[in-house]
Design a protein around this ligand. Structure first.
Ligand code: SF4
Length: 376
């Protein structure tokens, strides 16, 4: 089983917190779709034709800004090269302003069965401050319309730590969320990304991030609230109801094979990782000459151990002591004593021969990961 990720790097405008690779223009849309289809043709052997594709994810950027015809062309080409499972999880990221009834019906017709709607906040003032192009009313209508069109696996993204976004605002947002037909929440603590507008404002002293203890309080508030309303906190940033975990992202965390198509997209084949050039124009030009432009890293056993720690401990499933003491014993023996200290301090739990981080552990996960990594 394997996954396919399709990256659509176009946005209508640039959000102030965003450091992802995307451009605020659609003018290269057509040649980009042509290039994507060419990339599939050239890389079809990356995943075996026999392998069943279990998850398909359209991310961005803003994939929902593509017209239905373009998405149909992409899906048609995918099905020419790979065998999509009948039970495939087919997800697309959707901006609220794109969620018209026509668009939503079109996505259903194309086979999408999971939506991630980029809400970010249910506060219009905050949305303006981060340069989002939708309003709260539009986001609420998008969720209701999606449910009305038959989507029963709808998730939203929220960001905590935005300027002016208080704990009271967060409590109000969680109450609104609880009234909506949602089965998934991704919640991110604002990070100041390189090349984002917030990074520049910070450098000029025009932006003051919230203190760490406020962010920790808000993160734990979200976690408690979501658990009280029946969601599982299954990954550092993700909550799901009725086991509607993101199967696509869970496959990343469980080191399953996937191909990433499009500018800046990453791929993984169990032994190496590779990533396409992060430049739309170069991506299109290279593929128009039937060539690929990517970098590749072969993973050593040490890399695989480090990835196992980092991805496994992000999730509620944790890491297996069996795997650590057999497959990765040479690295684990040097750091094993640290786990007892984290268990004593309430950041980690050991049950059923599995190690898992607690919610407080997730808050300091970067420190825990770097403490357990094996460095050459
Ligand atoms: S957050 Fe999403 S919509 Fe906003 S600029 Fe980044 S990729 Fe585009």
């Amino acid at each position: 089983m394997a996954g396919i990720y399709v990256h659509i790097p176009f946005c209508r405008s640039k959000c102030f917190y965003c450091g992802f690779y995307s451009v605020a223009s659609l003018h290269l849309r057509e040649p980009y779709v042509t290039a994507l289809c060419r990339e599939m043709e050239l890389r079809k052997a990356y995943l075996s034709a026999q392998e069943t594709i279990d998850t398909l994810y359209f991310g961005g950027g803003t994939p929902s800004c593509l017209p239905e015809e373009d998405i149909e062309i992409i899906i048609h080409n995918l099905t020419c090269h790979w065998k999509l499972s009948k039970q495939i999880e087919c997800s697309i990221e959707l901006n609220p302003e794109d969620a018209t009834p026509d668009k939503l019906r079109g996505l259903r017709r194309l086979g999408f069965n999971r939506l991630t709607i980029g809400v970010q906040s249910f506060n219009d003032h905050v949305l303006k401050q981060i340069n989002r192009t939708h309003t709260v009313a539009r986001a609420l209508a998008a969720i209701e319309q999606a449910a009305g069109c038959g989507f029963d696996n709808i998730g939203i993204d929220l960001i905590i730590g935005l300027p002016g976004y208080t704990t009271t605002d967060l409590e109000k947002d969680l109450c609104i969320l609880n009234s909506l037909p949602l089965s998934h929440l991704s919640v991110y603590i604002l990070s100041i990304d390189n090349n984002s507008v917030f990074e520049k404002l910070l450098q000029k002293g025009k932006f003051k991030p919230w203190e760490d203890d406020v962010l920790a309080e808000q993160y734990l508030l979200v976690s408690d609230y979501m658990k009280n309303i029946g969601f599982e906190h299954y990954e550092i940033s993700n909550f799901a109801k009725n086991s509607k975990y993101s199967r696509h992202n869970t496959a990343y965390w469980q080191q399953k094979r996937y191909i990433g198509l499009g500018a800046a997209a990453h791929s993984y084949d169990l032994d190496s990782r590779q990533w396409n050039i992060s430049n739309i124009k170069t991506y299109i030009d290279t593929l128009s000459k039937d060539q690929l432009y990517f970098e590749k890293e072969i993973l050593t056993k040490r890399d695989k151990y480090n990835e196992y720690i980092m991805t496994g401990l992000r999730t509620m499933w944790g890491v297996s002591l069996e795997v650590l003491t057999t497959e990765y014993a040479e690295f684990w023996k040097d750091v094993v004593r640290k786990k007892d200290e984290w268990i004593d301090r309430g950041f980690m739990r050991e049950t059923d021969r599995k190690l898992r981080l607690t919610e407080r552990g997730w808050l300091i996960s970067d420190d825990i990961f770097s403490g357990l990594f094996s460095l050459s």
